[in-house]
Design a protein around this ligand. Structure first.
Ligand SMILES: Cc1cc2nc3c(=O)[nH]c(=O)nc-3n(C[C@H](O)[C@H](O)[C@H](O)COP(=O)(O)OP(=O)(O)OC[C@H]3O[C@@H](n4cnc5c(N)ncnc54)[C@H](O)[C@@H]3O)c2cc1C
Length: 492
């Protein structure tokens, strides 16, 4: 079977594109685990858009550029911000249940935003958007869904992308999926770091595959560390949304002192890199806590039902206890470079969402701009990809080197851990110029070992670990190139 569109990934960006493009041709969605499993599904805070009469596009643009330290692509930012209200309406139309205050949407605030402009569905916005999109996608006759299917490498022949080699992780079988247009919607690479708040699927596969195929990759040094993830021994690095600070939570040190007041005029709502580094420094003297106990218990439970429940399971009552927090890797600002229509430098290969680099985030992403980016740029890509498919007409049968399709069980768990530790210690929140070249050499040695191993065949763990190594090298090389601190790249 040759599909018109092969979509790799079932986060919000991949699902949104699939729904729109299925009106023009056949779509195959391949996704590593279940359809729902993605970074999108864990997004808590919400999606940014100018929806209040006192707010303005200019203010949202200015906040995005300020957070990105003006390294953003201004045209991409303008496009995203001005399209935002229409995207919220589109989501409402497909059944997303955003919280409301009487008739109007209830808007919350997050760090770096100068106005309340975050539409949300309680504190589980991503899950609600995924639910609504999946409901639509499952009903569309042109969309074929392949769960437990892991894309391994892109098929590039005659200077064009014609699909991907894919592992069915249940049947343990590797086969080519051919398509006229191939779309990377495979999300970010948070798993490169030991301490991260991404799900296990976020191993940067799309960035690694695209780089191996010759796609242009940009801005990989800009990894955003979320300031407040749970820091409880033996418990998951569970994210504590910035909206908790937006609703008044403060950060205190081990002595109970509020320390953000002396760091930035926006205090706890300063841009994420500033808050993350302040916590990181403060932790040299003891634990740091997030404290919202001054707000009413009933309000906290109603506003943050998901977070309240999760913390309760970990033995913390959010309305009574301070929550121990520490930064964790959160968002990949760089990625596969595209134009404003999702086109990469490889004909037939498109990308959007967290895997992509449109330039919209610059040196640091403004909170709640990423779900918005997913919606806007996946929609922007539809006409271009459709035109490409119509222009291509047909795809010839492609011969695949049979050595690429050997499946073998492997165990590279320790190597995966080693990569994550190296990255957290040496290419993390604070980078040291004199360590980066040694770090790069260590990572390249690991990459060589993995390359040798995969000559005998591959399984899921080896494929993902190899991708982590490839992405770790891209991040480290980019960190070496950028000599000065800016945004979420902090180098001494
Ligand atoms: C805890 C958390 C909270 C967040 N909160 C917010 C928020 O409040 N607001 C906001 O704007 N952003 C938030 N973000 C960021 C936002 O969720 C992501 O940037 C966005 O959802 C990315 O969507 P996507 O469609 O690009 O990719 P994802 O949602 O990550 O989806 C990627 C998909 O690709 C699949 N995949 C990956 N590799 C392969 C492969 N090799 N083969 C097949 N399938 C593959 C994955 O399984 C997954 O289905 C948050 C992120 C996290 C982790």
């Amino acid at each position: 079977m040759i599909y018109d569109f092969l979509v790799i990934g079932s986060g919000i960006s991949g699902l949104n594109f699939s729904l729109d493009s299925a009106e023009h041709g056949t779509v195959a969605i391949v996704t590593k685990k279940e359809l729902m499993e993605s970074n999108s599904n864990y997004a808590q805070g919400g999606i940014a858009a100018v929806l209040d009469a006192h707010d303005s596009f200019d203010a949202h643009i200015a906040d995005t550029l300020t957070a990105g330290c003006f390294l953003n692509d201004v045209e991409a930012v303008k496009l995203m911000v001005t399209q935002a209200p229409a995207q919220i309406q589109k989501l409402i139309d497909i059944g997303v249940g955003f919280n409301r205050k009487k008739e109007d949407l209830s808007l919350t605030q997050e760090g770096g935003h100068s106005a309340r402009r975050i539409a949300h569905a309680h504190d589980a916005t991503g899950k609600e958007i995924e639910r609504a999109l999946i409901f639509q996608v499952r009903q569309h006759k042109n969309i074929h869904i392949f769960e437990s299917h892991l894309a391994i490498d892109l098929i590039v022949k005659n200077n064009a992308c014609q699909g991907a080699i894919v592992l069915d992780t249940e049947k343990k079988h590797i086969e080519p999926f051919l398509a006229k247009a191939t779309i990377l919607a495979s999300g970010g690479a948070g798993q490169v770091y030991e301490r991260n708040c991404n799900p296990r699927v976020a191993t940067g596969d799309g960035i690694a595959m695209a780089a191996r195929a010759g796609a242009e990759i940009r801005d990989m040094e800009f990894i955003q560390f979320h300031p407040t993830a749970l820091a409880l021994e033996g418990k998951p690095t569970f994210l504590l949304s910035e909206t908790i600070r937006g609703e008044g939570a403060i950060l205190v040190n081990a002595k109970g002192e509020r320390f953000m007041e002396s760091q930035h005029e926006l205090k706890e709502l300063a841009p994420r890199d500033i808050v993350a580094r302040a916590i990181y420094e403060e932790m040299k003297y003891g634990p740091v806590y997030l404290d919202i106990t001054h707000r009413e218990s009933a309000y906290i439970k109603a506003r943050f039902p998901y977070i309240y429940d999760q913390l309760w399971w970990y033995g913390i009552k959010m309305d009574k206890d301070r929550i121990p927090v520490a930064p964790a890797a959160h968002y990949t600002c760089g990625g596969v470079h595209t134009d404003l229509h999702g086109q990469t430098n490889i004909p037939g290969l498109f990308a959007f969402g967290e895997v992509a680099h449109t330039g919209v985030h610059g040196a640091n992403r403004l909170a709640s701009n990423s779900l918005l980016e997913c919606m806007v740029f996946s929609e922007q890509t539809v006409p271009t990809a459709v035109a490409y498919v119509q222009h291509v007409g047909s795809v010839e049968h492609v011969e695949i080197d049979s050595s690429n399709t050997i499946y073998t069980e492997t165990n590279v768990r320790d190597i995966k851990k080693e990569i994550q530790q190296i990255m957290w210690e040496h290419v993390g929140i604070i980078r040291h110029k004199n360590e980066l070249n040694d770090t790069l050499q260590k990572l390249q040695a690991i990459q060589d070992t993995l390359n040798t191993l995969q000559k005998n065949g591959r399984d899921e763990m080896l494929i993902e670990t190899k991708n982590l190594a490839d992405v770790a090298i891209l991040i480290t090389k980019a960190a070496i190139e950028r000599k000065e601190s800016i945004g979420c790249h902090f180098i001494v």
